[in-house]
Design a protein around this ligand. Structure first.
Ligand SMILES: Cc1cc2nc3c(=O)[nH]c(=O)nc-3n(C[C@H](O)[C@H](O)[C@H](O)COP(=O)(O)O)c2cc1C
Length: 395
């Protein structure tokens, strides 16, 4: 077994939670907190995980099945189990192989990967790393011309779908990033960096990889015509200048004839609107508690969205998923698949591709064990009858 795979084998890593301290040990605080943190008081960040505790199981005992069906399909593509990797920005800062490693690990595990607009590796390389479904997550950063250019590239490499994130009209207030000097460290003025350098110097292993990789990468997939790839430092301003509105779906649909997934839906109203705009799937998400704090945890919003969509599109969800049992709960409440964010990003930060592979294995084994313990034959047979939710959720 290679050393990186050994570093995340049991007994060191038994559950997803075990990756977090490993990531913290390898990354400078500025990078770890960017990954780990949320917006403002981080209430939604915490609630996303905690709310899964409100959902309890109702198993059927003394039943036996020869096997346990874990396969599912997403927009017609088969997945080996019902979880995919969510778009997570700046993965190349967490590990030099970043998005390429995540895509490769997902493909080998028989599942899908969603590449963030905020990525350091070019879409073509990320797509080429996986035989499985690869989606592109679109922000309109750099303006419409930059978006048109990446949509053409997504078509050329046969991307599976376009995920349009609608919950980011401005960047959320991530207080940890300000305290850690993320902006200063990503900038080009060495004087501004000085107060924050001890943090970076305290992680020589990470620093060596970062320097070998050519320091802060450009946003390889946000290419403003005539200007080249956008720098990673301009992101907050670029997001604020390029909010997506429902009107944008018209021109996006003209350029992209494949499936569109609307990510960041928390209410029945937005879910209906997304379906009316032609979404093939809506993804229930609060951006992992990184945007508007004090919104409902995703699992709490899921039943309302499922009801509003009424089978007219697939419903995906993400937020707070740290165990296979969380995935099973979301499926019981009507999600077709679940996206994992931090669960795999901690693992990537700890051990690169080997970490992501291990994280996916843990989640898959968790899902299988949970479904068997529930006395259910397959993930496709899960339904509302296998869980109990607080009475207030029904109202
Ligand atoms: C570090 C980080 C960066 C993220 N970047 C993006 C992004 O670029 N685009 C996007 O749509 N969502 C982004 N997200 C949100 C994730 O896609 C997903 O909604 C969230 O991570 C789910 O919550 P979880 O981390 O608790 O699983 C990011 C999340 C994290 C943690």
């Amino acid at each position: 077994m290679p050393a990186t795979a050994r570093s995340v084998a049991p007994p060191r890593v038994v559950s997803i939670a075990d990756f977090r301290p490993l990531a913290r040990k390898r990354l400078p605080r500025a990078v770890f907190d960017y990954l780990d943190g949320g917006a403002e008081g981080e209430k939604t960040l915490r609630e996303n995980c905690r709310a899964f505790d409100d959902v309890t199981f109702r198993p059927r005992c003394a039943v036996a099945f020869a096997g346990c069906g874990l396969k599912t399909t997403v927009l017609g593509h088969e997945l080996s189990f019902p979880a995919m990797l969510a778009p997570v920005g700046y993965l190349r800062l967490m590990h030099p192989e970043g998005e390429v490693a995540a895509s490769r690990a997902a493909g080998k595990a028989g599942t899908g990967y969603i590449l963030s607009t905020l990525s350091g590796h070019p879409l073509e390389k990320v797509r080429g790393a996986s035989q499985g479904p690869v989606f592109y997550q679109l922000y309109l950063m750099g303006g419409r011309a930059a978006a048109e250019a990446i949509i053409e590239r997504a078509k050329a490499v046969n991307c599976t779908g376009l995920v349009v994130t609608i919950d980011t009209p401005v960047a959320g207030m991530r207080e940890r990033d300000f305290r850690n000097g993320v902006k200063e460290l990503m900038g080009s003025n060495p004087l501004d960096m000085i107060p924050f350098l001890p943090d970076v110097l305290s992680r020589p292993g990470w620093l060596l990889g970062f320097l070998r990789d050519g320091r802060v990468p450009k946003l390889a997939n946000v290419v403003v015509p005539g200007e080249g790839p956008m720098g990673m430092t301009d992101v907050a301003a670029a997001l604020a200048a390029s909010a997506v509105t429902w009107d944008d779906f018209r021109w996006i649909r003209e350029l992209w004839t494949g499936p569109i997934i609307v990510k960041g839906v928390l209410t029945g109203e937005d879910a209906r609107r997304a379906v009316d705009e032609g979404a093939a799937a809506v993804s229930v998400s609060n951006h992992g508690g990184r945007q508007l704090d004090d919104v409902r945890p995703s699992i709490r919003a899921l039943p309302e969205v499922v009801k509003a969509v009424n089978g007219q599109a697939e419903v995906w969800m993400d937020g707070g998923v740290r165990r296979g049992s969380d995935i099973v709960k979301a499926l019981c409440l009507g999600a077709r698949i679940v996206l994992c964010g931090r669960a795999y990003a901690y693992a990537l930060s700890a051990a690169g591709e080997a970490g992501v592979t291990r994280a996916l294995n843990i989640l898959r084994e968790d899902v299988e064990r949970t479904v068997r313990l529930l006395g259910c034959a397959s993930v496709g047979a899960l339904d509302r009858s296998y869980v109990e939710v607080p009475a207030s959720w029904a109202a």
